[in-house]
Write a protein that binds this ligand. Sequence first.
Ligand SMILES: [Zn+2]
Length: 323
Amino acid sequence: MTRSASSPLLLDLMELEDHKTPSDVVEEILRQNPDLTYPTPLERFVELAGIESISELTTDGFEGMLITNAEKSRGAIMVKAGVSPRRRRFTIAHELGHFLLPWHRQQKFSCKSSDIKDSAQNRGLAPDLVSIETEANAFASELLMPSSAFKSFIDDFETPNLLNLTNLSDTFDVSFEATVHRYKALSDKPLAFIFSHNHIVRYWVKTQDMPYTLKVRKDHALPLRSASRNDGNSMTDLETIAAHVWLEPHSELALPRNILEQTIHQSAGYKVTLLYVENLFGLEYDQTVDFDDEADHELEFNQEVIYEQASEYSVDAAFDESI
Ligand SMILES: [Zn+2]
C-alpha cells in the first residue's frame, strides 16, 4: 500500500499517558494522525510503538500474546498460526492495546481466543466488570474502525443493506462479524442482526434504536416463513416480511405490518440476517402524554393502531401453533 509522503504516521507515547479509557487513548492516536487513511496501517503503529517483532505462537490454547518490559519500552507480539488474516489483524490490535493502554501493567499477556472478541459487546458494562481483555478488544475495535470514520460511511447509507457492510468490511480490513457489531453499536436505525449456522440461531443483536425483541432464541431454528431459512450461496435482496414472523409484540408500541429482511450466506452454513423496521416513525406510543384534549386524541389513535395490530398478531400466532 502507498501512503502520502506528506503525512508520516506519528505515535507520541508520552501523550497517551494521561488517558483513562481505550477510546480516549485511540482518540489521542487519531488526533496525532489527522490524515489517517483506511485500512488503519496497524503494523506501522506496532513498529512506532516499540514492538520489535510479530511472530507465530505455537502454545496451545492461546490466540495472542504480548511480552514486554516493566517500562513498556520494548515488546514482542505473538499470534496463533493459521488464523485468517483479518482475525490475525484483530489479535495484533488487541495485543497492541495491552501495550499502549498505560494502566495495563503486566509484563506478559496471554490471551485465549475467548478473550479476543472482534464482536466485542463492551458497552454498558459496570466499570468493575470491564476486564483488561474487554478493554484491549475495545481498543482494537476503535483503532481498526474509528467511530468518526465509520460513522461518516454509514451516514451515507439511506437504507441499511448488507452489501454496504461487506464493503465496509473490506474498507477497514476487518471481519464481517466485526463490521456488523461496529455497525450495530454506531447506527441510529432500528435494526437487528441474527447470526446463524445451518439454520440454527447462534445469537442475535439489535441497535439501541430497535425497540422490539426478537422471537427467535439461541439454538432455535430460523423462522420457517423467512427467506433467511432458504439455502443459497450469496446475498438475498432486501425483502418485505410480516413483522410478527420475527418480532415480539411490544407493550407500548404497535407492531408494524411489515419489516425488511436480508440474508448473506457465508461459508460452511454460516449466515447473517439483517432486520430493519423501516417505518418505525408513526408507531410511537407516548407514555408521558398529558391528558389534555389533544393528547387524548393522540392516545386513542395510537391505541387503535395497537389493537388492530394485536388482533392480527393473535390470529397469526394461533396459525403458527397449528403448523
Ligand atoms: Zn488480551
